[in-house]
Write a new protein. Structure first.
Length: 280
């Protein structure tokens, strides 16, 4: 392990050493703030020692996780970055490097192979953030948690409260199964090259008792409510089936269909869906 992965100049030095430049097509903005790398690694290691790192890039976080005794599966799509990782860290016995798309990773197979639940971490590329977050939400039962770097606006949506402009389907689906906390906020100068937006690191910890059962009815209700978020629930949900059942389910849940979907809490969406399913 010859490279200095914690010095702010580490990323620049490694890129120069291997004759590489950051690729916009992969949304490559390498974290070069040592204290932030340490905080992310600490937050992940506190959750568990079997870690899946999505998009390790030049390996700054990978190195910090290994230093903390974690066993790391690092999944990288860019073959140039894989070459760097193999050259700099490839001999570490607790590291497995795999070429692949983080958004398509089979977490179930890896969890079964290592015999434990997993911690997922990484700096999510903008174009894949939605797909990766959906995968994390869908595979919640396989996870001890996730520590993810996202754009600040995504963080704002994840933690948003009902009735606010950032509250949406992503808020509801994520809050239904996870406790969400902000680990740190990062300015563009924390990266090389500097992005145009602020970033944040969030930690998602699965709830012992989810706030909602993510049934097809729950999912369809949430999506419909936010697809037409300025409309009342009565209008937004009219395509989902028998209006009489909808009205009865809302009455049983104590929800006024004259409200907009953006005002409902996760628990209210859950109760509406539960009553709707019970009326089949």
């Amino acid at each position: 392990m010859s490279a200095d992965f914690t010095a702010p100049a580490g990323a620049r030095d490694l890129l120069q050493k291997y004759g590489l430049t950051p690729k916009r097509s992969f949304s490559q903005n390498f974290l070069v703030q040592p204290s932030a790398v340490a905080r992310i690694a600490d937050a992940a290691a506190e959750l568990g020692s079997e870690v899946v790192e999505l998009g390790p890039g030049l390996g700054a976080l990978t190195h910090a996780l290994l230093q903390r005794g974690c066993r790391v599966l690092a999944v990288e799509l860019d073959r140039d970055m894989l070459h760097v990782l193999r050259a700099e860290l490839g001999e570490h016995p607790a590291l497995e490097l795999r070429e692949g798309d983080a958004a398509e990773l089979d977490l179930e197979a890896y969890s079964r192979a290592c015999g434990s639940k997993l911690v997922v971490t990484g700096n999510l590329p903008y174009q894949a953030t939605g797909a990766i977050l959906r995968r994390v939400v869908e595979q919640r039962e396989l996870l001890l948690g996730a520590v993810l770097m996202v754009q600040r606006e995504v963080r704002d949506r994840l933690v948003a409260a009902p009735g606010t402009k950032d509250y949406g389907a992503l808020s509801v689906f994520t809050q239904a199964g996870f406790e969400i906390e902000t680990v740190c906020r990062l300015k563009p100068g924390s990266f090389h090259p500097a992005p145009k937006v602020d970033s944040a690191v969030v930690r998602l910890t699965p709830l012992a008792t989810p706030r909602a059962r993510e049934t097809p009815t729950f999912q369809a209700t949430v999506r419909a409510a936010f697809q037409m978020r300025r409309k009342t629930l009565r209008n937004a949900l009219r395509t989902l089936g028998d209006p009489a059942r909808r009205d009865e389910a809302a009455a049983l849940a104590g929800i006024d269909l004259g409200r907009r979907g953006e005002t409902l809490s996760v628990e209210e969406f859950a109760e509406l869906a539960e009553h709707w399913d019970a009326l089949v």
